[in-house]
Write a protein that binds this ligand. Structure first.
Ligand code: PRX
Length: 656
């Protein structure tokens, strides 16, 4: 764990109060109202969350107890029965939402589809019935490896409908990574597509599934349900593979939603941690439903006529919580896009905003920085006046990018919500409420009502204003992860054992460094562990190192992040070759390709640096802090006395 107190502190004094016309109509319309909610949640947390659960969700039967907290084990709404797919679909059929678009979708080739709540409900029921026909029962896990098409959303909701926990694997992950995740989850069925469109090319998903499943490498998988998207020729394995459009013709479009217990497993989503093996973050039904519902409603200030666009892929937590579950639970109209800006259509996001009259736009700082580079003329040539609120997520946003977003995209009229959260937290934890809280460029601002976030030192004591420390959460919240799938011990160790209060209460350790200013605003400084963020994608250095050393030429490897103006961070790998191999340019390329094969293109190192040895402590631990400094081209300051061999640094410098 690195010490966040030595990081330099960002200074930023600009202040943007909520525009008064925005605040007047906002759901949370003043700072006083925000404070009242916080006060209610502090004085009586169970009363606060219980009130919201009662008024905001549909229950088949009520809970007996709001919270059972035996750290780190939390149970929310104990004994209650509900269904997330019911809350996202069925209950809206009884309101004016029935004929309202739930999903407006556009594919990269320009094809579009609109599904009303009624139509989405029918499709989800059909897919739920299809899964049941393939033998999926309540509790069975289902893998989803899909492009950004409506069927991805249907697949998730269909799983939730029949109580089959899903594990969505981002379509950019390799067959190897897919195999590991499917095995860890013990998936019974995989839902995929022949392919998907991304940057004018076809991503061949089904053939990756074939590779992952070959030679019975994932013995739990009995069937693959395949959606036709691109129409490319693919191989269908008899008895195992089934076309969605074929099964769809014979299944009913009615399927009762299973009554799920509040704490029934809803989904597993794999994310990188500090060891080589990704962790299966477990979320359960009721708490996740409530938390994503209420954060979407208040932070995105949802209104009846909003057209809401979150650009995240369904393979990430942002796609789960703020593309699918949160907005649909609120009855919102969600816009979904299959592709990405690309040289043939650099202004496509702005075209889409103009064409579909998007009102709320939520994206990542790395995307914003790429837009800046592409030029102001692209957004300026479009009518973006439908926009009323902007959001960012995934990494700290540099103030210049924030100001550009505010000025060029938001026309200086749209508030920006910079939302801090994690796969583990289920939903947004720190963010402005756009009608109530002034924003400052680069700060995620203040915790959501009911979230007791703090910044502490290594002893768990709160630090002074402007002093760096570890970001922690003091009290449980409904959307929190419940465990690491198959590894409860890792859950305790990773999140609940690092820090505790003076009187021994465990604190949730987020893995981020942060500081607070005099007004209590949080400024996130990035990870303090061996997790890096490349273009907003979270990767563990150990994971990439394991991929590198699985290549026969590599004896040892250490991976660090180097700050990058566009991607936030890029991967620099220090590699020690075994004595059979010589440093060569084509070996560098081969190793990069090897990482792509093991994990996916998102993990490709930007640079591979050869070295004869790695800097290690006397006890043999790689000193990544030193490598990080070297990779950034900075001078090494601070203590190097624990280094086993001090000449290593000089040799590394020369090598660079
Ligand atoms: O380091 C923080 C960064 O992303 C990490 C969580 O990554 P992941 O689980 O993949 O979820 C990303 C989307 C929620 C955090 O530990 N992070 C996320 N949002 C912000 C952020 N860093 C600064 N500001 C943010 N708004």
């Amino acid at each position: 764990m690195s010490d966040p107190t030595i990081e330099s502190l960002l200074q930023e004094n600009r202040h943007f109060p909520p525009p008064s016309d925005f605040a007047q109509q906002a759901r949370i319309a003043s700072f006083a109202q925000y404070q009242e909610l916080c006060q209610e949640a502090v004085t009586d947390p169970e009363g606060f969350w219980g009130r919201l659960a009662r008024t905001e969700l549909h229950w088949f039967s009520p809970w007996e107890q709001v919270l059972q907290w035996d750290p780190p084990q939390a149970k929310w709404f104990v004994g209650g029965k509900l269904n997330l797919s019911y809350n996202c679909l069925d209950r809206h059929l009884e309101t004016s939402c029935r004929t309202k678009p739930a999903l407006i979708w556009e594919g990269e080739p320009g094809d579009t589809r609109t599904l009303t709540y009624e139509e989405l409900h029918q499709r989800v029921c059909q897919m739920a019935n299809a899964l049941q026909e393939l033998g999926v029962k309540k509790g069975d896990r289902v893998g989803i490896y899909m492009p950004m098409i409506p069927e991805a959303v249907m697949a998730m909701l269909a799983c939730a409908r029949i109580g089959a926990p899903h594990t969505v694997v981002f379509g950019g992950f390799s067959a190897e990574a897919l195999k590991d995740r499917l095995n860890d989850a013990g998936a019974r069925v995989v839902i995929t597509a022949d392919g998907g469109w991304r940057k004018d090319a076809i991503v061949p998903l089904k053939s990756q599934v074939d590779l992952a499943l070959q030679a019975d490498q994932v013995p739990s998988v009995a069937h693959v349900l395949v959606v036709r998207r691109t129409g490319e020729a693919i191989r269908m394995q008899e008895e195992r593979d089934v076309w969605w459009h074929e099964i769809q013709q014979r299944v009913s479009d009615d399927c009762a939603a299973e009554e799920m217990d509040s704490e029934d497993l809803l989904f597993i989503l794999y994310t990188s941690g500090t060891t080589g093996k990704p962790k299966g973050v477990v979320h359960t039904t009721a708490g996740y439903n409530l938390y994503t519902h209420i954060t979407t409603q208040w932070i995105f200030d949802l209104r009846e006529d909003d057209i809401y666009w979150c650009t995240a892929d369904v393979g990430w937590i942002t796609g789960h919580s703020y593309l699918v579950y949160g907005p649909l639970s609120n009855g919102a109209t969600v816009f979904m896009y299959e592709g990405a800006p690309r040289p043939s259509a650099p202004g496509c996001f702005w075209d889409l905003i103009e064409k579909h009259k998007i009102t709320i736009f939520y994206t990542a700082p790395t995307a914003i920085r790429a837009f800046i580079k592409m030029g102001d003329h692209l957004p300026q040539a479009r009518d973006l006046s439908s926009l009323r609120l902007l959001g960012t997520v995934g990494e700290p946003i540099n103030p210049e990018a924030w100001i550009w977003y505010h000025r060029v995209i938001g026309g200086e009229r749209c508030p920006i919500v910079d939302t801090w959260w994690q796969t583990e937290t289920g939903g947004i934890m720190i963010s402005a409420l756009p009608g109530a809280i002034s924003t400052k460029p680069g700060s995620a601002s203040l915790p959501f009502p009911g979230i007791q976030a703090d910044v502490v030192d290594a002893q768990g004591l709160p630090v002074a204003d402007h002093q760096g420390g570890y970001l922690v959460v003091r009290q449980p919240w409904p959307g929190m992860m419940r465990t690491v799938y198959n590894d409860p011990e890792r859950f305790r160790r990773s999140y609940w054992e690092h820090l505790q209060t003076g009187d021994g209460h465990p604190l949730y350790f987020a893995g981020d460094g942060a500081h607070r200013d005099a007004e209590g605003y949080f400024w996130i400084m990035g990870r303090v562990d061996d997790v890096i963020s490349v273009a907003g994608h979270r990767l563990g250095t150990m994971e990439i190192e394991s991929a590198l050393v699985s290549h026969p030429a590599v004896a040892e490897a250490a991976v660090v992040g180097r700050p990058d103006a566009l991607k936030g961070e890029v991967i620099i790998a220090y590699v020690v070759l075994d004595n059979q191999h010589q440093p060569q340019e084509n070996l560098q390329k081969e190793l990069m390709q090897h990482v792509v094969q093991e994990i996916g293109a998102l993990a490709r190192p930007a640079e591979i640096r050869w070295t004869e040895t790695l800097p290690k402590t006397r006890s043999g631990k790689i000193m990544r802090r030193l490598l990080r400094t070297l990779a950034a081209g900075e001078e090494i300051a601070g203590d190097t006395s624990t280094l086993e061999d001090r000449t290593v640094l000089d040799r590394l410098r020369e090598g660079a």
